[in-house]
Design a binder for this molecule. Structure first.
Ligand SMILES: [Zn+2]
Length: 271
């Protein structure tokens, strides 16, 4: 073989190798592009799934569910946060949206509740009755004056120690009872924890939008002593999410980056 032929052969081999490498490179890029397209489709599919998912507590869509004879919006929510650090504003219109609770549903003196949440509470009480559990409203909405009287009665009991009194009875303007979005059931007494009403609420209240507002192990967060009898309406989807996350309303508002005063004067009909 002459030197020229050798060089020509080498050139051919190199060219063939080059062609092979190029083909592989093209094939690889096509394959990669293909999988990228697939991924894109996956993302679109996921997005589509999300949009057809149930309404979530962070959006305003409605999601009608049946509870007994009632049809309720599972995504209707009232996340207003009221506590010692978040008092109701001075211009708060106490009792701006009240309805009267029929006497068969309550065993206490007070009988007013927020009109928007009453269908949920009523459905819950009737469902408990169906299960043979005598759930009744003990203390729902309290006016500013009623809360003031309760607070100063407690201060007297604590020998003038307002700070100590405030851990048991909220100062006027810092009580959830002032918002009409909660209720004490049957009694405001630690014996409630050992009743079938409490057991029933623990199992079922979230299905009607209520949470145990002041759990035993969260006193450091809520600033309120454990109250087995005090249940707060937040909304069905929100209650389930709060329970799944195992958080208090204080933490939930932070996690969701909500305005603590969300829903303050919101008309429940247009919500
Ligand atoms: Zn209460």
């Amino acid at each position: 073989m002459t030197g020229d032929i050798k060089t020509a052969l080498h050139k051919r081999i190199i060219m063939s190798l080059y062609a092979l490498v190029s083909t592989i490179a093209v094939l690889v890029s096509v394959f990669t592009a293909g999988s990228a397209v697939n991924k894109k489709n996956d993302v679109t599919a996921t997005k589509k799934n999300n949009s057809s998912k149930a309404a979530s507590p962070t959006d305003d869509r409605t999601e009608m569910v049946t509870r007994g004879e009632y049809t309720l919006d599972a995504n209707y929510k009232r996340l207003l946060l009221v506590n010692a650090n978040n008092p109701l504003p001075e211009d708060y219109k106490y009792g701006w949206n009240l309805t009267k609770i029929d006497s068969k549903y309550h065993n206490g003196q007070l009988d007013q509740i927020d009109a928007g949440i009453w269908p949920y509470m009523k459905a819950m009480i009737e469902a408990a009755w169906k299960d043979g559990v005598d759930l009744k409203v003990w203390s729902p909405y309290r006016s500013y004056d009623t809360q003031r009287i309760l607070f100063y009665n407690r201060v007297k009991k604590e020998n003038g120690d307002e700070a100590k009194a405030a851990t048991a009875v909220a100062r006027p303007g810092t009580s959830e009872h002032n918002t009409a979005l909660c209720a004490d059931f049957n009694m405001a007494n630690s014996r409630f924890e050992n009743t079938e009403m409490f057991d029933w609420l623990c199992k079922n209240a979230e299905d009607y939008g209520f949470i145990l507002r002041y759990p035993k192990d969260r006193i450091n967060i809520t600033g309120v002593m454990y109250e087995s009898w005090h249940w707060r309406f937040v909304g069905i989807n929100a209650a389930k999410e709060i329970n799944n996350l195992n958080v208090t309303l204080e933490e939930y508002v932070l996690i969701k980056k909500l305005n603590p005063q969300d829903g303050l004067y919101k008309d429940p009909i247009s919500q």
